[in-house]
Design a protein around this ligand. Sequence first.
Ligand code: LLP
Length: 417
Amino acid sequence: MYSYINNQLHCENVDISKLSNEIGLPFYCYSSEILESKYSEIERAFNGKNLLTCYSLKANSNQSIIKTFASMGSGADVVSMGELKRALKAGIPNDKIVFSGVGKSLEEINFAITNNILMINVESISELMKISEQASILNQIAPISIRVNPDISAGDNEKISTGKKQDKFGISYQDILEVYELASSLDNIQIKGVDIHIGSQINNFEPFQEAFNCIAEVINKLKNKNIDIDIIDIGGGIGVNYTDEESLEINQYAQLIEKILEPLDKKIIIEPGRFLTAESGILVTSVIYIKETSDRNFLIVDAAMNDFIRPSLYGAKHKILPIKNFEMSKPENTYDVVGPVCETGDYFVKDYKTSKIEEGDLLAITCTGAYGSVLSSNYNSRPSIPEVLVKDKKFSLIRKKENIEEIIDQDALAEWL
Ligand code: LLP
């Protein structure tokens, strides 16, 4: 939890400004309490139903974050060999791992099969054939589900919508039965389930309702063809409240599942990423320069788009909190909060209103626990920043700061130079 104690922002019982002296700026900070309470919120909403939460690692794949969920019983949704290895290393049991993604390589397919994961979510006929072929070579049975593309528009950002027919994901609703029939005729394939994922940051329940109805129809059609499945994987996508937008109530989501999917009497898998981690994280950054011009005022901070790219990439909105709470008086000035990278798109927030601010002051960009550090890069040869996990009065460095030499050493000189 984040709160002000004596006007200083705290993560649980750790004073952020003291923490920044120990860690160095900028850095990501995560609250264990929030991670745990988000996971428990899901458990409570589904209250002992036949549900498996498979945390979607792409939101934040730090070992400590994965392990926090693993120790609460979570499974994992992975999309690469790297994520699969991270999940296993953090102690997620192999039979709680699902593997999604349109472009799984041969190596990834083999690794998934030999590690006996719960199921591979298939996204094309070519992939299905490849899995069958590889399973035969390995003399194993590959458990699969097939991802249906329901042609539903979800969320307000087309870059993260995945369930429309022009998107690259899944098999279209029209063709899905045929592909299931093909799968059931193949050697070494075990049909386990049906899968859907329509997008991310979805804050109204209608697209989910449409998607669940679509899944229910698919299952009924499969039943008529004597294809029986055990699992319905409904993907991720539950939105969070970044600024003051209305967000989806998890109970509303659970009720929808209860109404549409529970009567089908299958095991249900959900793959939340953002819902579990976004709110736990802040990006702590320091104001290096204040630049006031006749047109606009800027707070130039030491973090940049390479550390946190959501505003630049998606136009995403995030709130800023001052570490020292001087927001008591009426805001007087308006600033764009920008980073040092040489691009106009390198900003975090436009029109940040504050009463007073000085160079050296610290700010927290909030709700950055999901799709933050995982999307960072070394653009402008900037090393990746450290990450800290807090639990009550304790904190632990869960990723150290990269050093510049490490980055340069990844290059090699061509032999003729
Ligand atoms: N399952 C599948 C198959 C997915 O593709 C995704 C996200 C999830 C689960 C988790 O979705 P969530 O619960 O987090 O919405 N970088 C973007 C978000 C990309 C989401 C990609 N897929 C952002 O920062 O908004």
